[in-house]
Design a protein around this ligand. Structure first.
Ligand SMILES: C[S@@+](CC[C@H](N)C(=O)[O-])C[C@H]1O[C@@H](n2cnc3c(N)ncnc32)[C@H](O)[C@@H]1O
Length: 234
């Protein structure tokens, strides 16, 4: 059967972009929301195998909804995304992975750009907004500014790929590469995302919690770091 996007191949390979440490950090953030019904939205879902399934696993423990906003066209400045979009049905891949994680009853996909989706959503409705779309500085800044008003007071805005504070990553180098998806990282993170690091710092300064500065211990005892950032809305 040909899909909505004109292709019928589901991507079943390994796409590593969300580490076990990111999974655990995001699950801990979702678990910290003390509400019987959690209304959440993620901006940027891609294959559905990373942040989406991490949140689904938490939703299996309680009640709630996860809206997933994506164009499923991939990030314009990530060649690997564009190659996959040419070859695979990425929305079908997302739905396949959501079904595999038994999330189809509470995951609500929204095939829209971040900007278009934000324009039709009310303010103060989501207990959690997770941002993981285009990682350039301008787009990340735009996403944070578009989606922060959608978070309920006391709710959480968070996202992926913030590996350090600018002063620790070398602000000058970050600024030089701010339109790129990522650049070489350090011993802990293979890649840094300059746009995300700069945009998160500009919006929240040191008020934002970066999991990169904490140790995270997996069930098997292995200790590592996550590139998740999170901030409680006052
Ligand atoms: C880094 S991937 C998301 C990864 C996913 N959160 C995970 O954990 O695997 C970024 C996604 O954002 C989407 N995207 C990029 N720019 C967007 C925009 N302006 N509006 C909506 N989606 C966008 C891309 O299509 C892509 O699927």
């Amino acid at each position: 059967m040909i899909s909505f996007f004109g292709k019928n191949r589901i991507f079943k390979g390994n796409y590593a972009a969300f580490s076990p440490y990111d999974r655990l950090a995001l699950k801990m953030i979702v678990g910290s929301i003390d509400k019987p019904f959690k209304r959440m939205i993620e901006i940027g879902s891609w294959t559905g195998n990373g942040s989406t399934t991490a949140i689904i696993e938490e939703l299996h423990k309680g009640d709630g909804l996860l809206y997933c906003v994506d164009t499923w066209k991939g990030n314009r400045n990530v060649k690997r995304h564009q190659d996959m979009v040419r070859e695979y049905d990425m929305f079908g891949t997302f739905m396949h992975n959501v079904a595999k994680a038994r999330g189809q009853d509470f995951v609500k996909p929204i095939v829209m750009s971040s900007e278009d989706a934000a324009s039709v959503m009310s303010d103060n409705v989501f207990d959690l907004v997770f941002i993981d779309a285009d990682h350039s500085y301008d787009e990340t800044l735009k996403d944070i500014r578009l989606w922060l008003p959608k978070v309920v007071p006391g709710g959480i805005i968070c996202g992926h790929d913030c590996e350090a504070r600018p002063e620790d990553a070398g602000r000058e180098r970050l600024v030089r590469h701010k339109d790129e998806d990522s650049i070489d990282g350090n011993d802990v993170f293979v890649r840094f995302h300059p746009g995300v690091i700069l945009a998160v710092d500009e919006c929240f300064e040191s008020g934002c919690h970066l999991w990169a500065y904490d140790d995270i211990t997996l069930d098997d005892g292995i200790v590592g770091k996550s590139a998740i950032w999170d901030m409680k809305k006052s």
